[in-house]
Design a protein around this ligand. Sequence first.
Ligand code: UD1
Ligand code: UDP
Length: 368
Amino acid sequence: MSTVISVVGARPNFMKAAPVKHAFERIPSVRHLLVHTGQHYDPNMSDVFFEDLGMGRPDLYLNVGSGSHAVQTAKVMVEFERICLEERPAMVIVYGDVNSTLAAGVVAKKLNVPLAHVESGLRSYDRRMPEEINRIATDAITDLFFVTEESGRRNLMHEGIRAQDIHLVGNTMIDSLARFCASHAAPRPDGDYFVLTLHRPSNVDDPAALRRLLDAIDEGAGGMGIRFPVHPRTEAAMRASGDYDRIASNSRWRLLPPAGYSEFIQMVRAARGVITDSGGVQEETTWLGIPCLTLRESTERPSTVEVGTNHLIGVEPLMVRDAVARIAASAPAGTEQERHSVPPLWDGDAASRIARAVVRYLEQHTHS
Ligand code: UD1
Ligand code: UDP
């Protein structure tokens, strides 16, 4: 029996890994272990996702916590190396673009363990984003490239990756969403509010820039409500500048703690629109057919703009205000059944394709 380790650490990893864990439960030749680095650790940034996604508990918890990029990455490496030496995995699977992704990938490869990267090949082409460095560096040492959208395959081919190592399998984050929506009825569309999420360092670390964004959103929203589950990074910045209390006293705003998965998805399903700088939320709104305004200059997920409901509007306050006002004035999206197209293979089966490809890889490489 081969041991395969999936490594997760931060909020966006959990919904990408859950379906992969479930897919390996149906494959008796693989012992799948879920390692949680502890990059995110607050109950509402971590435990709630394990519950909501039916993932049980992680098999191993590394407790690395917060720190500078170097400290956090290094701690994951030290702790994960110990796990790899004990467990001797036949493959390590990493997800997305967070520090835990890169750290675990480097450890695996330096121990000559084959590495699979789920959500490989995405590129924003903005190297000021820490995630872009994590994506490029992880893909430089990956053996099995699992790609969510066509742009990922194109980017990897440009970087010289062999076509046979690239697997366009669809999107495991959408597997989780499709499964959730199949078992939870859509809330009655209410449509008189926006959902807002912000946590990119470029948007939230400078208090003046963050204030300009929040004020532009407030102006654009007119009479509509704004539900804002606040990421811990953003909450710290808003409290330091006094903006947390100022915005909380505005009756149209609802400042909330980070929402659990079920709570968040249900909130999005009944919203008029979503305003975000998240990576994953651009994809979820595409699949749900909810208009999404992305407050960034670039996206590593172009299919959400080309095929989906995402608008990349940048961070210039007047542009933000006007884009929000346009959605506030528009008709609510139709029912989920009535909606639009989604990128190819975003069909809820990405994780089984991944599990099958991993098993094939292990069969081919164990006996050679
Ligand atoms: C990380 C990822 C980012 C991802 C985001 C998802 C990196 C480089 N960044 O950013 O790609 O989009 O997660 O949410 O990996 N904190 C808490 N409680 C927690 C976790 C964090 O209070 O459970 C606070 C700490 O003060 C910490 C700060 O949030 O210093 C930032 O956390 P960190 O994991 O370093 O980066 P994120 O901004 O969350
Ligand atoms: N999410 C959530 N609660 C929130 C905000 C986001 O459950 O309050 C979910 C969201 O549905 C998506 C994932 O978290 O599945 C995206 O993670 P995040 O935005 O933190 O990171 P990114 O995708 O930008 O790396």
